[in-house]
Ligand binder design. Structure first.
Ligand code: BJW
Ligand code: ZN
Length: 257
C-alpha cells in the first residue's frame, strides 16, 4: 500500500504513541543553511563526503581532512536551529510530562538538536565538536575557534583553494598526551552504535547511507508505524505508513504540535 499523507491520521496515531523515535539526517538542518551531502553545496573544494570522510583520507592527508572539519566547525557558528529542530525539542519536553518518551537519533554532527533543547539524543555519526586522540583514545568536547592556530583562515571550500599542507605537529593535538587528534565522527568504513527503539519518525535523510538507512525500513517491516518527512521520495519511501513531502521546518511544527 502506498504511504498516506493524511496528517489527521498521523496525529491520531502519534497521540497514542508512548515511545517515539525520531531519526534525522541532513535534511532537518537544511533550512538552517547547513548544506546536505548529496544536494547542491554538498561538495567541499572538489571532494564529495565519500572521499574526505574516510580513515584512509585522514592517514594520507590529515591536514586536508582537518581543513574540511575546521571549515564546517566555523560555519556552524553562523547557523542556528530551525523550526523543525525546535518542534522536536518542544515535543520531547511536552511528552516527557506525560511520561511519554522521545528519542532523537541523528546522523547529523552539527549539534543543532542539542542547541534547540533536545535532551535525549543519540549522535550516530558523532559530533563536529568532539575530538578523539589517536594515541590515548580519549574523546573530549572541543568548541575552540579556531581549533588550533595553524588552521586559522584555512579550509576555504572554494574549488581553487590551495591545500594548507599543515605539518602534523601543528594540527590539533591532545593536551594530556600530545597525540594527534581526529574529529570524533564516524567515517565511511567505520563502525557505529545501533539502538533499536519502538516507534520511528524519520526526518530528512536520503536513506542511502548504511547502516542508518536500514533502521526505519526494519521497524516498518515489524509493523511499527513510520512516517517519513522529506522534500522528495527516497529509495525506502514505499516501506512506510506515512510520507509527508516538503520542508521539515514546515511539516514538523504541524505534525508534532
Ligand atoms: C529535506 C530538506 C528539508 C533536504 N526538509 N527534507 C550496507 C551495510 C553497511 C554498510 C554499507 C552498506 N552498503 C554500503 C556501506 C558502506 C557505507 C555506505 O553506506 N555507503 C553508501 C554511500 C552506499 N557505510 C559505512 O561505511 C558506515 N559504516 C558501517 O556500516 O560500518 C559497519 C561495517 C563496517 C565494515 C563492514 C561492514 C559493516 C558508516 C557511514 C558513516 C557515514 N558518515 C557520514 C559522514 C559523517 C561525518 C561528516 O559529516 O563528515 O555521515 S557520510 C554522510 O551521509 C553523513 C551523513 O550523516 C550521512 C547521511 O546523509 P543524509 O543525512 O541522509 O544526507 P543526504 O544529503 O544524503 O540527504 C538529505 C535528504 O534530506 C535528502 O533526501 C533530501 O531530499 C532531504 N531534504 N532538505 C526535508 N528542508
Ligand atoms: Zn591523547
Amino acid at each position: 500500500m502506498a504511504p498516506s499523507s493524511d496528517l489527521a491520521k498521523f496525529r491520531h496515531l502519534f497521540a497514542e504513541a508512548k515511545n517515539i523515535l525520531i531519526l534525522t539526517g541532513a535534511g532537518v538542518s537544511a533550512e538552517s543553511g547547513v548544506p546536505t551531502f548529496r544536494g547542491a553545496g554538498g561538495l567541499w573544494r572538489t571532494f564529495a563526503a565519500q572521499s574526505v570522510a574516510t580513515p584512509e583520507a585522514f592517514s594520507r592527508d590529515p591536514s586536508l581532512v582537518w581543513e574540511f572539519y575546521h571549515y564546517r566547525r566555523e560555519v556552524m557558528r553562523t547557523k542556528d536551529p530551525n523550526p523543525a529542530h525546535k518542534a522536536i525539542a518542544e515535543c520531547e519536553e511536552r511528552l516527557g510530562k506525560q511520561t511519554r518518551k522521545v528519542t532523537v537519533v541523528t546522523q547529523n554532527i552539527d549539534e543543532l538538536h542539542k542547541r534547540a533543547g533536545s535532551k535525549n539524543i543519540i549522535e550516530l555519526h558523532g559530533s563536529l565538536f568532539k575530538v578523539k586522540c589517536l594515541t590515548c583514545d580519549e574523546v573530549t568536547a572541543n568548541y575552540d575557534s579556531p581549533i588550533c592556530h595553524s588552521l586559522a583562515g584555512k579550509g576555504s571550500p572554494d574549488k581553487n583553494a590551495i591545500d594548507a599542507k599543515i605539518p602534523e605537529k601543528d594540527l590539533p593535538r591532545c593536551k594530556p598526551c600530545g597525540g594527534l587528534l581526529r574529529p570524533h565522527v564516524v567515517w565511511f568504513g567505520e563502525q557505529l552504535d545501533k539502538d533499536v527503539l519502538e516507534k520511528t519518525y524519520e526526518v530528512g535523510t536520503s536513506s542511502v547511507v548504511y547502516p542508518a538507512a536500514m533502521f526505519a525500513p526494519e521497524l516498518a517491516k515489524k509493523g511499527v508505524p513510520v512516517a517519513e518527512f522529506n522534500l522528495e521520495k527516497t529509495p525506502v519511501t514505499s516501506d512506510f505508513r506515512f510520507h509527508f513531502q516538503g520542508p521539515s521546518g514546515e511539516w514538523l511544527p504541524k505534525a508534532l504540535a
